[in-house]
Ligand binder design. Structure first.
Ligand SMILES: *[C@@H]1O[C@H](CO)[C@@H](O)[C@H](O)[C@H]1NC(C)=O
Ligand SMILES: *[C@@H]1O[C@H](CO)[C@@H](O)[C@H](O)[C@H]1NC(C)=O
Ligand SMILES: *[C@@H]1O[C@H](CO)[C@@H](O)[C@H](O)[C@H]1NC(C)=O
Ligand SMILES: *[C@@H]1O[C@H](CO)[C@@H](O)[C@H](O)[C@H]1NC(C)=O
Length: 544
């Protein structure tokens, strides 16, 4: 995580009341059934990550911080490790991006220091009491054994792990000039980096739930340049593959991992095939203050275009893309976070990329000098027992399952109508042809014809606008003018139809998530409006 300053997070106090974990796990249980770890190792088939049977495995990960000064996965002073692993699974994530510093791998005297001694040396005596209480079997382990215990616990719960080399020195990441930003920086020695990667890859050889290694987080700073990227990244990739040929090798871009555009003009050449994945980060603050200043439809169009130009294009070139950091302040106080996230969800559904949410962490043992710093981006609350914002997790669950997978002659194609701001899809409601939002896995297949008719595939039913403020309906008469839909506004995320010959409405969400039509929002240059409820994305779906 870069450029997100601590002062920002300290301005507010928690205003959220939270629900116990079990309440949220009830409505998520349908998705957890499908997150089994199976038939590993993973490899790539074009833009898809697949298992040994060639079936798509979509990485739906959460970041778990273990790279900073303490070098221990956060939160073990609050909850038993196995309980946390189970919670991750119950929340519908199938994988963890677990961060680590190079020094942990290459400095044996550091790696063999016990958690207790290490935390003492950092003055974290209170934390040790918590660790002793919640994780007595961990507190006297050497740092490296504790790291392995975390991976092992996740494995027992069938959670996959991406080992992410976040930094060289253990510290909070990432600043332009922290000496860990680019090859040749004060603490970023390329040879030691390769040594560390090899050691880590080798250490987890044969540990089947370790499915990938991301080689370095957020390259950045005054020294960053493309030639050195090509000089060192392939070397790192080769070293990891030589030590552990099972893992996916994940390469990040420049400028805080916002930019992989340079790959377009010069492909990466490696001695092995079927393991290469690219990763990119995308936050609200990746684009300055554009989300609060610009009309949301325009901003979404512009930023989506940038993300595709800088990274999304790789999917079309046949490479998997792992959006390994994204997320918002879960107090959801900012209009900019809200707009960003709806736009993110629209692209995430359309491109159906692999991803890792920032972050699991409810609080840090120690971050930037602050003990028990609350993490407002954390999916768990600072007590690590509650889900911070259940509504947000429910949205995210809408992209946990894959929409698509590798194509073949047996595969059927249709579409779903995804609603980014809820993570739900437009479903048929049994009575009177009404429609409602619900889980995408329950969606009929839709098609959007060249005549601009939105119909249920294989049926004569199509979507019709009725009156402003009234439910849209499924009807059989599809030649009528109010059954024609156009994608309007800069974002092209609003479905518009006429209700009289010269009056347009847009699909929207009404009372109890019924699909209605309302006056179209935010189509002119206005930066105070929010079209989020009217954003829908037609998403390709494949079924095999
Ligand atoms: C290795 O770890 C030891 C013990 O924590 C420390 O004293 C030493 O400075 C470290 N070496 C390097 C090169 O960081
Ligand atoms: C922390 O514990 C150590 C060892 O028990 C002790 O020497 C030290 O004084 C304690 N530090 C604080 C701040 O309580
Ligand atoms: C379908 O709609 C058109 C246009 O309003 C109308 O003329 C026609 O009678 C309708 N047909 C049926 C079967 O309802
Ligand atoms: C149709 O548009 C014309 C010109 O904008 C306007 O004068 C008229 O009132 C509109 N009719 C309806 C039914 O909205």
């Amino acid at each position: 995580m870069g450029r997100y300053s601590i002062s920002y997070s300290l301005v507010f106090t928690t205003i959220f009341s939270t629900l116990p974990l079990f309440i949220t796990t009830i409505f998520l249980c349908s998705s957890t059934l499908q997150t089994k770890v199976e038939s590993l190792p993973l490899s790539t088939n074009g833009r898809w990550i697949v298992n040994e049977n060639g079936k798509r495995v979509k990485l739906a990960c959460v970041n778990w911080v273990s790279h900073s000064e303490t070098m221990l996965a956060q939160g073990l002073n609050k909850r038993p490790l196995d309980e946390l692993s189970k919670s991750i699974k119950d929340m519908g994530f199938n994988c963890v991006r677990l961060t680590w510093p190079i020094l942990l791998a290459i400095n044996d005297s550091l790696a063999s220091t016990t958690i207790r001694d290490h935390f003492h040396s950092l003055g974290l005596n209170q934390t040790i009491i918590g660790l002793q209480k919640k994780n007595p079997s961990i507190v006297d382990l050497p740092l490296i054994k504790a790291f392995q215990a975390v991976v092992d616990s996740l494995g027992k719960k069938k959670v996959m792990v991406i080992l992410d080399n976040h930094v060289s020195q253990p510290l909070w990441c990432c600043a332009q000039t922290d000496g860990n930003g680019f090859f040749g920086d004060k603490y970023f020695d390329p040879d030691l980096w390769i040594k560390g990667l090899s050691k880590m890859a080798n250490m987890f050889k044969g540990v089947s739930n370790v499915v990938g290694m991301s080689l370095r987080n957020e390259l950045r700073g005054p020294r960053q340049n493309v030639p050195d990227w090509y000089r060192y990244m392939p070397k790192g990739a080769e070293a990891v593959h030589a030590a552990n040929p099972n893992v996916l090798v994940i390469l990040s871009g420049l400028s805080f991992d916002n930019d992989l555009a340079f790959i377009n003009s010069k492909p990466v050449t490696l001695s092995f095939k079927g393991k290469l994945v690219f990763e990119v980060h995308w936050y609200r603050f990746s684009d300055g203050d554009i989300w609060s200043k610009m009309n949301p439809n325009q901003a979404c169009k512009e930023i989506t275009g940038n993300v595709i130009r800088k990274a999304g294009y790789l999917l079309d070139k046949g490479w998997p893309l792992f959006v390994s950091e994204f997320g918002i302040d879960l107090r959801e106080t900012g209009v900019d976070d809200h707009r960003y996230f709806n736009c993110f969800m629209a692209l995430a559904s359309e491109l159906d990329f692999d991803w890792a949410l920032w972050t699991l962490v409810g609080s840090y043992y120690l971050r930037e000098g602050v003990v028990e710093l609350n993490e407002y981006y954390g999916i768990l609350d600072s007590d690590w027992n509650h889900i911070r914002n259940p509504g947000f997790l429910q949205k995210v669950s809408g992209i946990q399952l894959p929409f698509q997978g590798p194509d073949s002659p047996e595969v059927e194609h249709d579409k779903v109508i995804f609603h980014p701001s809820t993570g739900l899809c437009v479903l048929r409601k049994s009575v009177f042809g009404k429609l409602i939002l619900g889980p995408c896995s329950n969606s009929d297949g839709w098609e959007f014809t060249p005549q601009n008719i939105l119909s249920i595939k294989g049926s004569r039913y199509c979507l019709q606008a009725n009156k402003e403020g009234k439910p849209a309906r499924l009807r059989k008469n599809c030649s009528i003018f109010n059954a024609k839909w156009e994608l309007i506004s800069d974002s092209k995320l609003q479905f518009s139809s006429k209700i009289r010959y010269n009056s347009s409405v847009c699909l929207d969400i009404g009372y109890k998530n019924i699909i209605v039509t309302n006056a179209c929002k935010c189509v002119s240059i206005d930066n105070t409006c929010d079209p989020g409820s009217q954003w829908f994305k037609l998403v390709d779906r494949t079924k095999s």
